[in-house]
Write a protein that binds this ligand. Sequence first.
Ligand code: DAH
Length: 340
Amino acid sequence: MSLLAELEPLKQSALAEFAAAADLPALEHIKGAYLGATGKFTGLMKQLGSLPKEEKPTAGKAINAVKVELETALAARREELELKAALPKEPTDWSLSGRRRAVGRLHPLTQVTDDIVKAFRKVGFAVADGPEIEDEYHCFDALNTPADHPARDAQDTFYLAQPDSQSPIANRLLRTHTSSVQIRVMKSQPPPVRIIVPGRVYRRDNADATHNPTFQQIEGLYVDKGVTVGDLKGTVEFVFKELLGDDVKIRFRPHYFSYTEPSYEIDFASALTRKMGKDWLEIAGCGMVHPQVFENVGYDPEIWTGWAFGFGIERIAMIRYCMNDIRLFYENDVRFLKQF
Ligand code: DAH
């Protein structure tokens, strides 16, 4: 058989063997069998010298082209097998506990937020997000908060300078609560909805031991057919027991929010509140979503019912860790942070 006739079958069998190599040592072995000093392909190259002079250039070109092709295929297969070797042999179980990070730790507020999110995930809530720079519509109007409501006062809310009078977004502000995300989520999807929204909010409070101009909230929203206050109370109780212990008791007190009717404040009691010298501590606002809010987002209030709540993460963290000064969370004093 002529040299050129042998070339193609040899190439095909080399490519097939490269592809079938199970691991890197096997691939190196196959490489040797074709391209090594005594390899089959090397043997072909050696025959080149004995060809008649006029056949040499064509045959030489053909052999070189195949050599390049084999080396490229070899490099690609090597890369695939290296990647395969680097992957874990068994699937990783991310739920395993007990892994500690080598350096640093999570901020206590991040830890508490993670725990709250975990508890809500257990009962089917997904995390949603929204912008911190909001407008009056999402923060107030759509939530049924009238234009003369004190929360809208420039003394309580940080308004942004208007970029120009042509801007389609009037009265931009830093969101005063995560409730604005309720509106954004409901406007972007049909019911049912089951979300929580952890996030930063801003108010024109002067910093003192229990207030800070920026803090974190978690909003919750559940919309479906036939949702009741009983579901709300049961869910809140479950989550707070997960977070703060089995002895937690929950109490609802009537309250007023423009976006819920009826509305409540949530108090809780436990060994932790007694440690702080209190029988009950107020921790959240909540209620059944106001029909007007459903109208505003295009949900039919005759078909859908829902509840919502919002609470401050710092407050829960302060109870959990028996703290009395909120500013400790933001000072980044390592002596404080190292304790968590
Ligand atoms: N947005 C309220 C606040 O910042 C908390 C709140 C109360 C949220 C009642 C709600 C709710 O979703 O239904 O104080």
